[in-house]
Design a protein around this ligand. Sequence first.
Ligand SMILES: Cc1cc2nc3c(=O)[nH]c(=O)nc-3n(C[C@H](O)[C@H](O)[C@H](O)COP(=O)(O)O)c2cc1C
Length: 456
Amino acid sequence: MKILFVNASPKGERSVTLQTARYISKRYPNACEYSVLHAGARIKALEKDFTEAENAINAADAIIFVYPVYTFIAPYQLHRFIELTKDSEVSCKGKYCAQILTSKHFYDVTAMKYVEANALDLGMRYLGALSADMEDLRSEEGRYEAECFFERFLFDVAKGNYTEAPSHAPQAARPVYEPTLAEAKKSDGKDVVVVTNATTDDVNLRNMIEDFANACAYPVRVVNVRDFPFKGGCLGCFNCAISGKCVYNDGFEEFLKNDVQRADAIVYAFTISDHYTHSSFKLYDDRQFCNGHRTVTAGKVTGYIISGEYSKEANLRMIVEARANVSGMYFAGVAGNEGDTAKELAALAKTVRFALDKGLRAPQNFYGVGGTKIFRDLVYTMQGIMQADHAFYKAHGVYDFPQKKRGMILAMKFLGLLMRSTAVQKKMKGQMTKYMLMPYEKVLAKTTPKDVALPE
Ligand SMILES: Cc1cc2nc3c(=O)[nH]c(=O)nc-3n(C[C@H](O)[C@H](O)[C@H](O)COP(=O)(O)O)c2cc1C
């Protein structure tokens, strides 16, 4: 079997993930023939001429996507490669497909699902993934897991254990949305920005944005990421972590700060394609790595205007909700065009206003708490390099290590000691839940009534 590793890391030969592919080809030299296409590092050349990729794909029986997780999904370069593959004449139908990804496991699951869904779109026989920590290959256990992945891959190919795309009903054709909402009276004092990648041809999305702006009680600015003169996608070079500056000199950091992050509410607007949106948006997402792991827009309001079959894109829904939650922004919701579009846009506009006026907050859920703990541990370990992140985490109380809760740990130890006594056990029997409620009872005892004007 001929295996093509599509290396989508922008770091090319220097990719950490690629080392696992190399390990496999060195460990199993006789099992298969191996070749590598440096799709990530060569994406600009492939955009001009896709022949090299077409030839490599045509010659392969199996394609293994090799890539780092970048901001919840795959690097921009892989998003672009998938677009180019779908737009080309090349057929991937019937080829085996798997993926090797490395990360710190922050939303590796959504990245995997994105690649899997696109492999199935391309008609490939999907077999599975190895999602490793970026350091795993350095340990015996990590190498063993890589071997298990590959031997299972060979086993599944031999036994025909693969997944193929389920047959879907064709997408319902939707008429282009026509703006219908009346221009709301605008108040000053808050700044709402819509960040979009709408093309001139995407009249539907443009009209949705226009109506959101009409319905919004605050002035709305529209920033189109396609208009920004990006010099390229994030290279994963970590220059920004060391010097605080991106190697590209295209002014993106200033643009991000001045045009986007200064807003009180940031609403993203896109049309779904390839299970996310056009790669121009991913280019924008990835370049925000210049913010490191700092939640610089925490406390602001966010929302989405999404055109397409959002209700059927479970993975995209997770990405949207998790992004809002991890960032500590207040999630005002999503307005789509699967139902009553005008009503959804009006509702989003009203909720954004309500959230801004009231200063609404919501607690982090599993998406936010889990994600933040991964970053907390990473930044703490890497504080020597990630200095800006470290200072931010110290200042914002992100270092909530359980080891620091000494009072609680001591109290639990003391309780544990007491509970060894059968006399105490007898006394406590059936009483634990009562003791656990005591602090809440104190809160409720102090709670006073608050008047709320019922919304009209
Ligand atoms: C722009 C950028 C975004 C990243 N986003 C994530 C992420 O969302 N989750 C995660 O766990 N790691 C993330 N990482 C870390 C990389 O996934 C990790 O360093 C990976 O092992 C690099 O592999 P490579 O050397 O093959 O490119 C990100 C790194 C960069 C540069």
